[in-house]
Design a protein around this ligand. Sequence first.
Ligand code: NFE
Ligand code: MG
Length: 526
Amino acid sequence: MAKVLLDPITRIEGHLSIELDVQNGKVVDAKSRGDMFRGFEMILKGRNPVDANQITQRICGVCPISHGLASSKCLDDAFGIKPNKNGRILRNLILAANYLQSHILHFYHLAALDFVDITAILQYKGSDAGLVKLKEWAKNELQVKKGRVDAISTVGPFLPRYGGLDGGGHYIKDVDTNISAIAGYVKALDIRMKAHKMVALFGGRVPHAIGLVPGGVTQVPTSSNIREYKKLLKEVEKFVNTTYTDHIIAVAKTFPEYFTLGKYSNFLSYGVFDKDEDRKEYMFEQGVVYGGAKLEKFDSAKIREQVKYSRYNSGSNLHPLKGETNPDPRKGGAYTWLKAPRYNEAPMEVGPLARVAVAYLSGNKAVKNELDAVLKIFHADVPAAFSVLGRHASRLIEAKLIAKQAYGWLDELEKGGAPRSTYDIPDTGEGEGITEAPRGALGHWIVVKGKKIENYQCVVPTTWFCGPRDDRGVKGPVEEALMGTPIADNNNPIEAARVVRSFDPCIACAVHVVEGDKEIGTFKVC
Ligand code: NFE
Ligand code: MG
């Protein structure tokens, strides 16, 4: 049996390592280790509750909008208020733009390079400025000798890579497809900037929006900011419906075996894009799916965080309202800084695939049409979607539907109307703010005492899917999804990397303690 380490796993947010046991070319055991400590919950204690809105956005630069929203909803609940209609819709529009940005980021800038051959840029003959620049980069880094590519130097971000410079047969072979996807990579940078501008129009700025507050947002919708949002939306939507769609299909056609890899079938969604001010109906439904088929109603009282294998000496199996954050870096048997969240004792995948699965089984027609259309191309059935390729396709499906729906929200805004309801901070209270970040179910919980934060707990998407074994020894979703993954070459475990990246992990949630005995790298400072 061989130990295979993916450490650090690159092209994700933050610091994750994956430890595999490989036997006869297959993964027989897996451990997911979050190597850094967050600790935001400790920073929040004793502060003004409204500070949570800004402080929790600093958990991450990719999904600050979701943290701002979860915290706003948490404070709405603790203060006993609801957003007004403009506030609800503006929150949806800000979140929609962040989802579009995040899903495009994940595919092009994080995951696609597991499939696309970047060295194909050397064959580019066109005049697109971005690609010409990239070709220059490649020429300076690579040298082609009789059909073989050699490195002159291997500076990031594209090299080194699994399979070495000739790719080891791991990447798309068709030059035109590769060039088109590389062009998509460059174009996606511009499209993401436009999506960021859409957030800033109503949220004030990016990444850490200042406009998200209890009761709604601070920006009044006007003809001018609505028109500007719509103009940018059209450009982003066009990219999603053409370029992004083409490249997801190209990857799935070249690597159809990934419909059978990275399988998981327990799904949880808190529901997102509120259709009313009472948290009752969502564009993507709330629900829980067991075994890929059994849909149940969600009840937040069934959430627990377990810590037997996590570096905390807190009480285990606590509901987040009673949650504790007591770091214990040297705890015996623990192998990660992530806790193990469980719903009704079960591990749950969260994220785009979970939302699509819950929506599909809830009878959401738009989601059903989109997923059925993708599956038809590949003559695949619904369980095939519970896979690596299903996760990539689910992000595309969401991006398409969100872009389409955003026009409707713009039309529903009351121009010049108040964008929020007002609030008073109560002396005591408890609140729950649950929403869906691009990467999945996100919850914030607060206890207010003497108008100050007595306790604040966040349970984030990556904790759900990258968390460790629970108190009963049951693996977390990423660990389980890795089981049985074929590894053709233990020195190039690209198959496992593709499985892990399909979840889109983000461990970057506030770094305070780094393990001192671990060498991260050697750097020469000139
Ligand atoms: Ni830091 Fe995040 C999202 C949240 S993931 S990216 O999406 O919340 O754990
Ligand atoms: Mg937490």
